[in-house]
Design a protein around this ligand. Structure first.
Ligand SMILES: Nc1ncnc2c1ncn2[C@@H]1O[C@H](COP(=O)(O)OP(=O)(O)OP(=O)(O)O)[C@@H](O)[C@H]1O
Length: 410
């Protein structure tokens, strides 16, 4: 098992390696494996636990993890979440906060990557849950073995190990863990998925089997994504943050490649976490064929004779502000002279009127309205994309997970 984990992490795993330990069997099992590897020449470790403050036992569990780490001479940190606003989807908010806090902790502590303990069972349960949502190739593909978030790499080194294997290891080593009471509550979809998985055993379907299927699908997906990247290099280019697509070449692409290419462009421009729903995107694609401009997912689709221009929708960024030097709308950074009270916000219709040289910009008015500008109160200071610089410069910043620009330049 240890070789499996070391192999999954790869020889280039940074040091110290972070490990996210909730106190459950999966993550305590991962910690145990990594600790044994550490004692045998593996990377130094830093453990982290997030106390969401949602269950009375949580603080006690965090302390127990801290004690375990202390006994093994692994530095441990507990991060306390107090951000629950009381509205919305609690598990989702807790998960987002957890990853955000762990990434911020890692950055501060000089930890380049954090291992989390998603197991083969998590993978299989997720697969079943996605089946219930009629997911396609993307949803059913295996969980990524690594991803980037908040400047940190998250790693899943035990995707090939089952929960039972980790529990057997812990029993053999005499290491205890906490059972989350919700893990037995059939009100949770994941618990029902676990029960269904057991029922599938007589058919020869086990966690590993579904993991194999999910990996096969991930292989197919990787191939399709490579085709999308090739197509993007051929049909698309970037102009000051807009994506320009050759319409006749687009119409010759396989519809699935075209759909994915548009989806990638939308994710890059909008910064949305999830792509638009399939039917909505298909409707826009039919509109593009017919020559109709449209808006979708915070983006505008402008049809010209030969080109489709996808730009940011002005309405989606109205009211969005950042300080100079900070990233605005997830991908723009404006820098210039120090200036009291200066903020970055969209140029908008009002600002556009105050850009005398806007005609010299290659961008149409729709793109310029949604472009970043510097304001001091109601006064427009700079709009670099609309040819009003006043000593300011603009930079397109790389997006962590949806970098269309990188897709084209590779
Ligand atoms: N409170 C916590 N503190 C530290 N690490 C945690 C905590 N909760 C979860 N983790 C880490 O994340 C891993 C996966 O946790 P969990 O199964 O709850 O899934 P998730 O991250 O919420 O995502 P998903 O629900 O999509 O599977 C755990 O094995 C552990 O490594």
């Amino acid at each position: 098992m240890r070789q499996q984990v070391a192999g999954a992490l790869g020889s280039d795993v940074g040091e110290p390696l972070g490990v996210a330990v909730s106190g459950g069997s999966d993550s305590v099992g991962l910690l145990t494996l990594l600790n044994e590897w550490r004692l045998d020449g593996g990377p130094e470790l830093r453990a982290v636990t997030v106390d969401h403050g949602l269950r009375p036992e949580a603080a006690k569990e965090a302390r127990a993890v801290a004690r375990l780490c202390d006994g093994w001479h692994i530095p441990h940190t507990t991060l306390e979440w107090q951000g629950w606003s009381g509205t919305g989807n609690l598990p989702d908010a807790a998960r987002r906060a957890r990853y955000g806090m762990m990434a911020a902790w890692a950055t501060k502590a000089g930890v380049p990557s954090i291992a989390v303990a998603h197991t083969a069972d998590d993978q299989a349960e997720t697969f079943l849950m996605r089946l219930a949502r009629s997911s396609g190739l993307d949803g059913l593909s295996a969980m990524a073995p690594r991803w980037q978030q908040g400047g940190v790499t998250f790693l899943r080194p035990v995707l090939g190990v089952t929960r039972d294997e980790l529990r057997s290891l812990l029993r053999a080593r005499g290491v205890g863990w906490f059972d989350d009471p919700t893990n037995a509550d059939p009100a949770y979809e994941r618990v029902r998925a676990r029960q269904v998985l057991q029922a599938l055993a007589p058919l020869g379907i086990e966690a590993e089997t579904l993991g194999d299927v999910a990996r096969n699908l991930a292989d197919a997906r990787r191939y399709i994504e490579a085709q999308v990247a090739l197509a993007a290099q051929d049909v698309a280019r970037i102009e000051a943050g807009d994506v320009l697509i050759d319409r006749s070449k687009l119409s010759e692409l396989d519809p699935e490649i075209a759909r994915r290419l548009l989806q990638q462009a939308i994710l890059w421009i909008s910064g949305a976490e999830y792509p638009p729903r399939g039917p909505a995107l298909k409707r826009v694609m039919r509109g593009i064929d017919a020559g109709d401009s449209a808006t979708l997912h915070g983006c505008r689709f402008l049809i010209r004779a030969e080109t489709l221009r996808i730009t940011r929708e002005a309405q989606a960024v109205a009211g969005l502000t950042a300080r100079p030097g900070e990233v605005w709308d997830g991908r723009w950074r404006l820098s210039g002279p120090a200036m009291e009270g200066a903020i970055v916000a969209a140029l908008g219709e009002n600002g556009l009127k105050h850009c005398p040289d806007r005609q010299n910009s290659a961008l149409p008015a729709a793109s310029l309205r949604a472009s970043p500008a510097v304001w001091q109160g109601q006064t427009l200071v700079s709009a670099p994309l609309a040819e009003l610089e006043n000593g300011w410069s603009v930079e397109l910043v790389r997006r962590e997970n949806h970098d269309f620009a990188a897709l084209i330049s590779h």
